[in-house]
Design a protein around this ligand. Sequence first.
Ligand code: MTE
Ligand code: MO
Length: 383
Amino acid sequence: DPYSTDPARHPALIVNSLKPFNAEPPPAILTDSYITPSAIFFKRNHLPVPRVDPKTYRLKIEGLPGGTVSLTLDDLKSHFPKHTIMATLQCAGNRRSEMNKVKQVKGLNWGIAAISNATWSGAYLRDVLYHYGFGPEVAAKARHVQFEGLDADVTGTAYGASIPLNKAMSEEGDVLLAYEMNGEDLPADHGFPVRVIVPGVVGARNVKWLGKIIISEEESQSHWQQNDYKGFSPGTDWDTVDFKSAPSIQELPIQSAITNLTDGSSVDRDMENLTVKGYTWSGGGREVVRVDVSLDGGKTWHVAKLQNSEEREISAPSPPPGRAWAWKFWEITIPLPEGVQELEVVCKAVDSSYNTQPDSMPPIWNLRGVLSNAWHRVRVKVK
Ligand code: MTE
Ligand code: MO
């Protein structure tokens, strides 16, 4: 069993698939801590977890003028300044289960918690690439930076993905070769000893157990870059889909969800107020500037309070424009409307580009169930 050496996991996780291991925390726990503890951070593995010996670990870099570079973990830790960024990772399939209710899609049936937030420490990818000779002659030809994991299937094919070269090299891109998560060595499930963190970009490109970096004219040729993690029209089905026709997902659209109420639950009629809580985040470093909440399915709206730091009630200063990598929590207490049997609690967010979420799933339904970001709707009975 290639999964026999997988690490132990926290019992609170809701397991979507055991082999490979895919799990998310219960929604109510997700918003207990602004920085998600690593043990309950969602886990998305396509393959068995590779057990990497940090002493023999090598990170290879191809595509630079001097030929292949090979770094040890110690080289990475001692030759480059250590930077820490806070970044939220979200799987492209987060909230797929709601899309599944519209019409069957193919993929893991994620709830609303295939998203988590952590601090990541390591060397900037751009620092490493410049150090080993990246310059105008490479930039003139290359367009993408590919990443290969050390996890492989039975045929020896490794997990792989790529990002645009300009994201990788930008001073504002903050792309990190991370060796720490929340101040400790990366856990086995999250890519020990090194993973790439591409803030603002879909989880799938944040390659774990990083073995190789390739600077290239082409995107990664991996299955996950070419034939997966792409969006299509609701009218496209498995007979007509042409994966070449759509770009690979990079920056994700705006997202928000309610974490403290579950569909079908009930609240006490004698309660004066109802508190609604959740998370919100947008891709590409766009800061979420507002979350609207409705108790009547979207007829009337209230503006929630946003929280962007570990301290409840305290707001951290806004990050520089275009570098809002971390989610925000939001919360609102609304007087319970009188004489109603049921509430349809809804949230929707707005980011700094005034992007907002679509009101329902059918118009964004797609056969892989990705990019599922319609208004989150939760029905609760009033008893
Ligand atoms: N990297 C490797 N090597 N293998 C993988 O299976 N899964 C990707 C990405 N990086 C994956 C990977 C996907 S789809 C997601 S959503 C994130 O890792 C999940 O990261 P996490 O498990 O740390 O939450
Ligand atoms: Mo993912």
